[in-house]
Design a protein around this ligand. Structure first.
Ligand code: FMN
Length: 169
């Protein structure tokens, strides 16, 4: 699957089969994430890879919109080490680019995934940080649930010509 097909056919997937995601696939997802662009090339990201059923269920237990983790075989929590910021104020944008790369790589591998927000909801940042034992300098932006999709992915067309402006608004 080429890059354009992967990004045009990626959908949020919240139901998965019981098939696990292999270590090789996890490595590919993380490699894709770490090749994202970042401000000043600061690459502030860290990733917490969660595959233990107990920990996946525990995250679902504290995050109301992460119930798909009761079924998903993998979650990757995308965090920033704030001390790595050389261009302050960009950590969330950088980590969002990394998260999107991960979602697109999942699609290219035939996996389904969904972005689950953490930042900027302070209660979620606090609860997830405590559960995962994040150091005080680390901030979780979001998590991505990953697994093999249970159902075929719906097709959508979101192109809106009225949102495009040429040479000036
Ligand atoms: C910042 C952000 C936060 C999101 N948070 C959640 C979430 O907490 N739970 C969830 O199931 N989906 C979440 N999503 C996924 C969106 O609901 C989904 O991407 C959107 O409905 C568009 O569908 P698509 O991904 O199939 O294009 C989030 C997406 C983004 C970008």
């Amino acid at each position: 699957m080429d890059a354009l097909e992967a990004l045009l056919t990626r959908r949020a997937v919240r139901e998965y089969t019981s098939q696990p995601v292999s270590e090789e696939q996890i490595q590919t997802l993380l490699t894709a994430a770490m090749h994202a662009p970042s401000a000043c090339n600061q690459q502030p990201w860290h990733f917490v890879v969660v595959t233990s059923r107990e920990q996946l269920d525990a995250i679902a237990g504290i995050h109301p919109y992460a119930q798909m983790l009761k079924q998903a075989p993998l979650a990757v929590i995308v965090c920033a080490d704030l001390s790595l910021e050389t261009c302050p104020g960009n950590w969330a944008i950088d980590c969002a680019a990394a998260a999107e790369n991960l979602l697109l790589a999942a699609r290219a591998l035939g996996l389904g995934s969904v972005w689950v927000g953490i930042h900027p909801v302070e209660a979620r940042v606090k609860d997830i940080s405590a559960l995962l034992g994040l150091p005080s300098f680390a901030k979780p932006l979001c998590l991505t649930a990953v697994g093999y999709p249970k159902e075929p992915l719906p097709k959508v067309n979101r192109f809106k010509p009225e949102r495009v402006h040429r040479d000036r608004w």
